[in-house]
Ligand binder design. Structure first.
Ligand code: ZN
Length: 277
């Protein structure tokens, strides 16, 4: 099956981290005037702001708020640490509610030296502890599996199968998965697990960028779509076959791109989006 190219920007969402040098106010203006339709807001951009007012400004500019990034980081070696994480996630849920974001993306967390199995248990427990608040706030949570190179410190959930298993066990319509091509492109089970997430009605978000060869930094050297080896369009096809019709979210952490003129970068993102997503 071939997936047709995208013909317009109507499902283009950009993560504020992608244009990190811009404040939320600048991103709002620039995205809207560039024809970007969706925005995923990273929490650091909200610091010192009235969150509800930011949400209103985004909607006034015609942007749809796709999600808030990020919650998670549940595992900790002691109870106090785990409670701190839960408190922070409760705050994130309140922020999402105030902002008007329907979804929080979870980077689940891990502790170096702690067995991954134990971290996954703490993640699942943490999510279940905050579930009541998600109901009150009307906010969903998306477990984002991270590439195994981050299994030491950032996430003990490294495959979509693990994320789907966790959703199945938690069994709440509020808890689903985020599929990020950067983290999952290598997985031979990806197509099958995307289909499974779709059958469970748990495919909540789709993130795109590219995997560069060589990758010079484990965190901040993601590629622009088309610059690397990921067949993004094929994965988008798998995602859309499940009935997913949400945004294609461009999430690029890149020191190289953050150092360039961000307006120019945004134009490159638009071109790459139409050509390679
Ligand atoms: Zn992502």
């Amino acid at each position: 099956m071939t997936t047709e190219p995208l013909v317009d920007l109507s499902r283009l969402c950009v993560h504020t981290i992608t244009t990190k040098p811009w404040s939320i106010e600048e991103a709002t203006d620039r995205y809207a005037s560039a024809g970007v339709k969706g925005i995923t807001v990273w929490r650091d951009t909200l610091e010192g702001r009235n969150v509800a007012q930011v949400g209103q400004a985004l909607r006034n500019a015609g942007l749809e708020i796709v999600s808030l990034c990020r919650g998670g980081f549940f595992p900790a070696p002691d109870t106090a640490g785990r409670q701190k994480a839960i408190d922070d996630n409760l705050r994130a849920i309140d922020e999402a509610h105030d902002l008007g974001a329907p979804l929080i993306v979870l980077v689940c967390g891990a502790v170096p030296g702690q067995p991954l199995e134990e971290s996954r248990k703490q993640i699942s427990d943490g999510i279940q502890t905050v579930l009541d608040r998600t109901d009150e706030a009307g906010v969903n949570l998306a477990i984002e599996p991270l590439h195994p190179m981050y299994a030491d410190t950032r996430s003990a959930v490294n495959t979509l199968r693990q994320a789907n298993d966790m959703c199945e066990a938690i069994d709440s319509p509020r808890v689903g998965v985020a599929v990020d091509v950067y983290h999952l492109w290598w997985d031979p089970e990806l197509e099958a697990e995307i289909a499974r997430a779709g059958r469970m009605k748990r495919l909540f978000a789709f993130h795109v960028c590219d995997w560069k060869t060589p990758t010079l930094d484990m965190l901040n050297d993601r590629g622009l779509m088309g610059e690397g080896c990921i067949d993004i369009r094929q994965i988008r096809g798998w995602v859309e076959q499940t009935g997913f019709d949400g945004f294609n979210e461009v999430e690029i952490f890149s020191t190289r791109y953050w150092n360039m003129d961000q307006a120019e970068f945004l134009e490159q993102i638009k071109d790459a989006y139409l050509q390679y997503v």
